[in-house]
Unconditional design. Sequence first.
Length: 188
Amino acid sequence: MTLYNSVRIGNRVEIHSGAVLGADGFGYAFGEGRHWKFPQAGIVEIGDDVEIGANTTIDRGSLDDTRIAEGVKLDNLVHIGHNVQIGAHTVIAAQTGVSGSCVFGHHATIGGQVGFGDHCTVEDHAVIGSQAGILPGKIVRSGQIVWGTPVRPLEKFKELNAWFSRLPELGARIKKLEVELEAKIGKS
């Protein structure tokens, strides 16, 4: 585990092997033909009773601070970008990437391999299914269950997924109907 000097840790926090807390966030400004590093002056603040999985990274803030509230559970291989705020008792499964300046409410549940664009909001008690993609600036409303990329309410995702699995069959039917229609029009 690596702790930078810009980290404050609460009581009863468990940090697993390989975790890195307080490294610079991925902040650059383009000018004069190149990328210039944007200063990362914020801190990381970890609340009480947090668990941070192996090889998880939490970047310090750039201008604001990165805050993980009490009772949060982060699985292995989770990345938390700069300025992120995670509310109390939220759980995030493995291989999830949270871009900078996202804000999560309390008691949210995030499946594995979810990708968050910057400045997303996840409200209290929201549930996000595994491998979902949340576009930059989007809001997942309180208590909502969403899935897919881009995320959709669970019922809509299931409906679309059922249609998606039928696309080859539907495509073949459309081609057959087109051939039949062209044959009828050609005979007129």
